[in-house]
Design a protein around this ligand. Structure first.
Ligand code: HEC
Length: 125
């Protein structure tokens, strides 16, 4: 005898909801330039959580604009790997950091080309 009802039937399926996450905004192909490789790195890492998807800043991280005034590509690459060290050396960064509750985390990307592409993207106005 196989008594008892199947109680596990109510597991929801999320299969369709993933389609709503497309970052392209539904624009027709050919009207928008392909995003810079560094922008794709920015979006793939945790950066937008604190700096915003358009680098506009959030309440956990500053806006990332006009960075050329403070950084060149090589220095920015080193900063991304070790922001805490730069905070000790640079009073501007120390003051900036005090406005936010969490620290800027180090980037552990293994592929140096990705980090360089990210730095180049950040230096674009
Ligand atoms: C947890 C929040 C957080 C995340 C995630 C984060 N940052 Fe930051 N970031 C900060 C804060 C806070 C500062 C201010 C300075 C500091 O704390 O070092 C900062 C500073 C910076 C600066 C220096 C800004 C200036 O005015 O010179 C750059 C560039 C930067 N972040 C890039 C990035 C990139 C690229 C990523 C992703 C790889 C990232 N951040 C991820 C919080 C974050």
């Amino acid at each position: 005898m196989r008594g008892g009802a199947l109680a596990l039937a109510a597991v929801p399926s999320f299969g369709l909801s993933a389609a709503a996450c497309s970052p392209s905004g539904g624009k027709p192909p050919g009207t928008v330039a392909t995003p810079a490789p560094g922008r794709l790195v920015f979006l793939a890492e945790t950066c937008p959580t604190c700096h915003g998807h358009g680098r506009e800043g959030t309440n956990t991280g500053p806006a990332l604009d006009r960075l050329r005034r403070h950084w060149d590509e090589d220095t920015l690459v080193r900063f991304l790997h070790n922001p805490a060290a730069f905070k000790l050396l640079d009073p501007r960064l120390a003051a900036l950091a005090q406005r936010y509750r969490s620290d800027m985390p180090p980037l552990f990307a293994a592929d140096e080309r990705r980090v360089r592409a990210l730095a180049r993207y950040l230096l674009q106005e």
